[in-house]
Design a protein around this ligand. Structure first.
Ligand code: AMP
Ligand code: MG
Length: 323
């Protein structure tokens, strides 16, 4: 049996195909690239237009035929309503036409499960830093619990907004990383850790209002916000007594963030793990794999319960597949 995983919480349409051992046979991503900020309806139209050709391409890349598909998993939330609804509609249609079970997956949890599949970590604290999401998550008492999160925008959105106002095209993160490497001069930006939570909008405003040279601003944005994430991740490690950190989300492709987390974990006698790049960002394979482990543990999402959940909380899901 093969599993199809469908991702569409934001700008990326992802379609992945795996076997039951977790071997990824295809993992295609088609990303809507906005000139301005992400427009949910336009992103949803992009996903609708790309869905059928991308599915065909994935099936042919995986070297299977449609009738080999035994399970359809889709990201049920959290995310942008129009995007979620478009991909959920496609998921229902696919599952019904193939007459196979459907499983709705929490997107944030999929970032953890794909890390557990593809790295040596088993019970990590996840630092999930993406465009729309920023959370520190760990498994305790039957749930993946959120130990800390952003109180306003996701760190990736902050970087992309800063880039947009400064003529850097989306996604700005990689360009900011390059510019940051050319500086060593730390500008004072508001470091905002509140308890276990973080916030980025004040830093964004301060950076946008600053007259400092661009490379110094990029360097300082990274140093300040990555230190905040590393601090909260360290506190979650201390609190849970866990020894592993897993990195997930597009922003963890950043080498400086990885370096900071690695230094922190080494100092604590813990270890940091990251899945290969394409599995850090939003992708269909992670949804497919999570849907499969959920289904093996008895979960299924009947069509009448497959409505999307825009604010789907990580700790709403009963983690039946872990002890
Ligand atoms: P995701 O939402 O997980 O698909 O990731 C997309 C986000 O990751 C965007 O906000 C990008 O700007 C950001 N991103 C990608 N590569 C990097 C990088 N090297 N450094 C910082 N941010 C990055
Ligand atoms: Mg994501």
């Amino acid at each position: 049996m093969y599993i199809v995983g469908l991702e569409g919480t934001a700008h990326t349409l992802g379609i992945g195909i795996l076997d039951e051992k977790g071997t990824i046979l295809a993992n295609l991503m088609k990303t809507y690239k906005p000139k301005e900020g992400i427009h949910p309806r336009e992103a949803a139209n992009h996903h609708a237009k790309e869905f059928v050709p991308t599915l065909e391409e994935a099936i042919s890349k995986a070297g299977i035929v449609r009738s080999d598909i035994g399970l359809v998993a889709f990201s049920q939330g959290p995310g942008l309503g129009p995007c979620l609804r478009t991909v959920a509609t496609a998921a229902r249609a696919l599952a019904l036409s193939l007459n196979v079970p459907l499983v709705g997956v929490n997107h944030c949890i999929a970032h953890i499960e794909v890390g557990r599949l593809t790295t040596d970590c088993d019970d990590p604290v996840l630092l999930y830093a993406s465009g729309g999401n920023t959370q520190i998550i760990a498994f305790t008492r039957g749930k993946y619990r959120v130990f800390g999160e952003t109180l306003d925008i996701g760190i990736g959105n902050m970087l992309d907004k800063f880039g947009r106002e400064n003529g850097i095209p989306f996604p700005a993160g990689p360009v900011i990383e390059k510019k940051a490497k050319k500086s060593n001069s730390l500008i004072d930006l508001p470091y905002s850790v509140k308890g276990m939570d973080v916030s980025f909008s004040g830093i964004l405003t301060a950076a946008l209002n600053s007259k400092a040279p661009m490379n110094d601003l990029c360097f300082s944005l990274q140093e300040t916000t990555f230190a905040m994430l590393t601090e909260v991740t360290e506190r979650a490690l201390a609190h849970t007594g866990k020894k592993e950190v897993l990195l997930g989300g597009g922003v963890v492709r950043n080498k400086r963030l990885r370096e900071m987390v690695e230094v922190m974990t080494e100092e604590r006698g813990a270890k940091a793990y990251a899945p290969p790049g394409p599995l850090c960002v939003d992708n269909g394979a992670m949804i497919g794999w999570t849907g499969f482990v959920m289904h093996k543990a008895g979960s299924e999402t009947p069509v009448e319960k497959s409505g999307v959940i825009q604010n789907y909380r990580t700790d709403e899901v009963d983690i039946t597949w872990r002890k």
